[in-house]
Design a protein around this ligand. Structure first.
Ligand code: IMP
Length: 424
């Protein structure tokens, strides 16, 4: 395997955790490049189930090196809790986890501002983990980076000037209580001490690894339609979750990345607000939600569910340069009589095959559907493509044709062994 990126090709929650876990077996380094603990990557190994928010899913494989790149935003409290959870469950993290000194830190005022903004009528439906406010500070050049937690004076200076501004915004705009400098300084200095053993120049680490012919797997979080540039803006996250983010968020040149693999669900889901053209009606929504256990791994919120949307996935194929596709949760559709695939949108007498930029258009457009017969057979025990029911193969073939990208892997359950390659 060369150096590959795995990205979500819909609105996140495509089952990337499981797919990354499978591909991680053939990699030496597994690297997160964007997002933070808004992500929830679930990996099921036998009777054990792990949900990772910040640490790359590769940590579950012995001897793999895991890196949190500069493009990630880190809540140190959440990070330390995740490390403790893994160690308690017998997974050794020390000397296998490396954190970029340039990654930005999520502070309590980021989380509070995220929560307060979400109380507005026009909300985004965020995870309230402070992601957006932290990235805003990064771009506004007032962010605090991991390296700053290791320098007492720098941390104090930055916290002082940030708290002056944040406390004033909290009081004047939201009527909320501000934060105390001394206690925040003490708490974050302490986090710095605790995580310092993991902190290094991860750009150098990764580029040296590539020189030494090690294989790198870049683990995307969220999904293409949540990307701040290519998603359904403003109903997006605040980072570049698409494949290009892998270079920016790690310091590995784009010419060193050889392959981009997209992960899609056999249908579509999204959490939070924003347009969703192929969203199901109420009864089908509930049926698929229950069967697919469609509840957020981070927030527990019920996910909105809908038909497979070819416009969405074609957009993802283009903006990520997808080479291959992995289809997950095919089994969730096992009981349906008829399946629909969206091939385009109609709005104002026009047909859209490209994803429209206007949220207004997207909200009002009508999906154009093709209907295919269901297979009405349990696929969860199937271990090879050849054994899939004919109508399931037909469904996958139609998706492959529509998005002009080769399906390489199919998943029919949460276990590692409920996965098989497509073959042809
Ligand atoms: P934020 O990333 O918490 O700011 O949330 C912005 C939007 O991205 C909201 O619609 C969230 O529901 C969505 N989102 C963030 N992280 C994930 C994820 O890992 N899976 C699915 N949706 C996500």
């Amino acid at each position: 395997m060369s150096n590959s990126v795995i990205v979500g090709a819909q609105w996140g929650d495509e089952g990337k955790g499981k797919v990354i876990d499978i591909f991680a077996a053939k990699a030496d380094y597994i690297v997160r490049y964007q997002g933070g603990n808004n992500a929830g990557h679930t990996v099921v190994i036998g009777k054990d189930s792990f949900i990772l928010h910040l640490i790359p899913s590769g940590i579950l494989h012995k001897n793999k090196i895991c890196v949190i790149g500069n493009g990630v935003v880190i809540d140190p409290r959440a990070l330390l809790e995740e490390i403790a959870m893994l160690e308690e469950r017998g997974i050794k993290v020390d000397s296998r986890l490396f954190i970029s000194e340039e990654a930005h830190v999520i502070l309590p005022y980021h989380k509070l501002l995220d929560e307060l903004k979400e109380q507005k009528k026009k909300k985004i439906g965020t995870t309230k983990k402070g992601i957006g406010p932290c990235y805003s500070d990064k771009v506004a050049r007032s962010g605090i980076r991991v390296i700053d937690l290791l320098e007492e004076d720098t941390l104090k200076d930055k916290l002082r000037s940030n708290l002056e501004e944040k406390n004033s915004v909290l009081a004047k705009i939201y009527g909320a209580e501000g934060f105390n400098l001394a206690s925040m300084y003490k708490e974050y200095l302490d986090y710095g001490k605790k995580i310092s053993k993991y902190v290094c120049n991860t750009k150098r680490l990764l580029n040296d690894a590539i020189k030494n012919k090690k294989r790198i797997l870049f683990e995307g979080a969220q999904g293409t339609l949540l990307d701040v540039d290519y998603g359904t803006y403003p109903f997006v996250t605040s980072s570049n979750s698409t494949a290009g983010g892998a270079s920016i968020g790690t310091g590995v040149g784009p010419n060193k990345i050889n392959k981009v693999i997209g992960v899609v669900k056999a249908y579509t889901t999204r959490v939070g607000e924003g347009p969703f053209p192929t969203e199901f009606n109420d009864s089908l929504m509930e049926k698929i939600r229950q069967k697919g256990k469609e509840f957020g791994a981070t927030t527990g919120r019920p996910r909105r569910c809908g038909w497979f949307d070819g416009v969405v996935v074609n957009h993802a194929v283009m903006v990520n340069g997808l080479d291959e596709l992995v289809v997950t949760k095919l089994d969730v559709l096992d009981e349906l009589d008829t399946l629909k695939i969206c091939t385009g949108y109609k709005f104002g007498g026009k047909i859209y095959n490209d994803f429209p930029a206007s949220i207004k258009t997207l909200t009002q457009c009508r999906p154009m559907y093709e209907e295919l017969p269901g297979w009405r057979k349990d696929t969860t025990g199937i271990t090879s493509y050849a054994k899939l029911p004919t109508n399931a193969k037909r469904y996958l073939k139609r998706i492959q044709e529509l998005v002009k990208t080769k399906i390489v892997l199919i998943s029919v359950g949460s276990e590692r062994n409920q996965t098989f390659s497509k073959g042809d």
